[in-house]
Design a protein. Structure first.
Length: 168
């Protein structure tokens, strides 16, 4: 009889704890971010891509929340390029879209034009989100190439260089 009471008591405890465990599970969120070593590799590959195209640039890599992780500035890149690259990366992470596309969808007269007035946002080509397994894990921003299209291309080359590292 004692073992039956113990079994019933144990089942009661388990049943009472189950909703608490489920509530805790629903209250927490898990996410992935790139390791610092990967952000450095991404920045270096992006810089090398633009150098190969004849451009001196700055490149910024941010985490999924827009926090700066890595910044590189080539020797002859303009003094404005580090901040511009950071803002492009922040914008790509924040809006979850590349800034070349955003520059078109937020053009004067477009429905999303007001997004240009979000503090810190920069709707110029060169910011690209970095995705892994369907989730954004960061973004890269490039500034200094002759035009947003080349900034964007260099950013995508950098992402391609670390794609295998991000596959999981």
């Amino acid at each position: 009889m004692k073992s039956i009471r113990q079994a019933v008591l144990a089942l009661g405890i388990i049943a009472a704890a189950a909703p608490a465990a489920k509530a805790q599970e629903e209250a927490l969120v898990s996410f992935s971010v790139m390791k610092l070593e990967i952000t450095v590799k991404l920045a270096e590959a992006t810089l090398e891509s633009c150098r190969a195209k004849g451009a001196q640039i700055a490149v910024a890599v941010v985490d999924r929340f827009g926090n700066l992780q890595t910044m590189l500035r080539d020797r002859f890149a303009g003094p404005h390029t580090p901040e511009t690259a950071r803002r492009k990366a922040w914008t790509a992470a924040s809006f979850r879209s590349d800034t070349l596309t955003l520059s078109q969808t937020t053009a004067p007269g477009a429905e999303a034009y007001g997004a240009n007035f979000v503090t810190g946002a920069l709707m110029l080509g060169g910011g690209v989100p970095v995705e892994a397994n369907g989730s954004i894990v960061g973004a890269v921003g490039v500034s200094g190439a002759p035009g947003g299209e080349m900034d964007d291309a260099c950013a995508r080359d950098g992402i391609d260089a670390v794609a295998a590292d991000l596959a999981f």
